[in-house]
Design a protein around this ligand. Structure first.
Ligand code: 5AD
Ligand code: SF4
Length: 365
């Protein structure tokens, strides 16, 4: 049995090492894990924090994931769709405020009207910012042609969480017509089209084991993922999974999420890793702690205040009563408090993307 220090000095952790890191329980040992990840982050991606302004432009969704508050069958949920001009305004706000890029997120729809609308939105953001604002999409499973159209319109990154890399667990969290294999195929299609590719999982799900989480990291590695966005599973009361999750321990899920961020950084090194909003739903300093455990990206919500509370995937979503400007000021002081710097006006591409597409490592300045 190795000590924590011995494990963290290794060039590559074994499966058993990873399991032992996830089950650390002493505060001192856990801190060593975070510190090791933080050192690797500084070495491979530097100490700048990259912002992605998150625009949640619609909560209309055709799917029924059993954990999600905006699932189609949640009929108590009021639905909205922002107009093209509202989305463009939010994107221009991000651009004017020096955010290197934005993320367009919505519930999943695949009808031609929606696909055309999104294409038009991407083109106009690209045109109005001289293609200088990075555009990331988080719009679920689409066919290859749609991904291609959106890439041609100006999007260059795509986030599609696999949610869990274990097909059996995936089946327990989704209705029978939601296919794990189809989701994996979407990730492959996105990669083939040249997108910078992001995925992630939820942590602390009912029925999920630590073995599943270790397999998730191997999945990221095997799929050559450039960007990781993972966070704790947080109950939403009006969902079928809420009952199964009644025993969900928030503190445990929070800590497990930080350990996963640290392990992902240690194993994958030059990828971008987001400290997600869900971390802050469980802990007031959740995102800062994520940065200290190895994350280097934050996705401040810039959705207009009037829509924010309607986009609730889980209970206790933070920042629902804030305006985008308030979030910016608040994040600046939070990030300053841990002695990191926000990178304004930079895309902040993950070095991993260049390494996999050119075969060469990109030196971090
Ligand atoms: N808790 C945490 N994350 C959730 N998501 C959806 N519902 C929840 C929840 N209850 C995440 C999923 C999805 C992303 C947009 O939000 O991982 O991919
Ligand atoms: Fe829709 Fe995404 Fe929620 Fe699933 S997780 S119900 S696809 S918004």
């Amino acid at each position: 049995m190795h000590t924590v220090d011995e494990v963290l000095e290794k060039d590559r952790l074994s499966r058993d090492d990873m399991l032992s890191m996830l089950s650390l329980s002493s505060g001192g040992d856990i801190q060593k894990l975070y510190d090791a990840a933080y050192r690797i982050k500084r070495q491979y991606v530097g100490s700048k924090v990259y912002f992605r302004g998150l625009i949640e432009f619609s909560n209309i969704c055709d799917k029924n994931c059993l954990y999600c508050g905006i699932r189609k069958d949640n009929t108590g949920q009021q639905r909205y769709m922002m107009s093209r001009d509202e989305i463009l305004d939010a994107a221009l706000w991000a651009y004017d405020n020096g955010y290197g890029s934005i993320v367009l997120q919505s519930g999943e729809r695949t009808d031609p009207k929606y696909i055309g609308f999104v294409t038009d939105v991407i083109s106009s953001i690209s045109k109005n910012t001289g293609a200088k604002l990075g555009i990331t999409l988080s719009l679920g499973e689409q066919d290859l042609r749609t991904y291609e159209r959106w890439r041609e319109a100006g999007a260059h990154r795509y986030l599609l969480r696999i949610e869990t890399s274990n097909p059996d667990l995936y089946a327990k969290l989704h209705p029978a017509d939601h296919s794990f294999m189809r989701r994996v195929q979407c990730l492959r299609d996105l990669k083939d089209l040249g997108y910078q590719l992001g995925t992630g999982v939820m942590i602390g799900l009912p029925f999920q084991t630590q073995e599943n989480l270790v397999d998730d990291i191997f999945f990221f590695e095997r799929m050559e993922i450039d960007m990781i966005g993972m966070g704790p599973y947080v109950i939403h009361d009006d969902t079928p999974l809420a009952q199964a999750a009644a025993e969900c321990d928030k503190q445990h899920n929070f800590e497990l999420s930080l350990k996963m961020i640290a392990l992902a950084r240690i194993m994958l090194r030059d990828v971008n890793i987001a400290a997600t909003t869900a971390l802050q739903a469980l802990h007031p300093q959740g995102r800062e702690q994520g940065l200290l455990a190895g994350a280097n990206v934050i996705m401040p919500i810039i959705t207009h205040k009037k829509y924010r509370e309607l986009y609730q995937l889980y209970n206790d979503k933070p920042c629902v009563n804030e305006e985008a400007g308030q979030c910016k000021g608040c994040l600046e002081s939070r990030i300053g408090s841990i002695n990191e710097v926000i990178a304004y006006n930079e895309w902040g591409d993950p070095p991993h993307y260049f390494r996999r597409t050119t075969g060469r490592a990109m030196q971090h300045p």
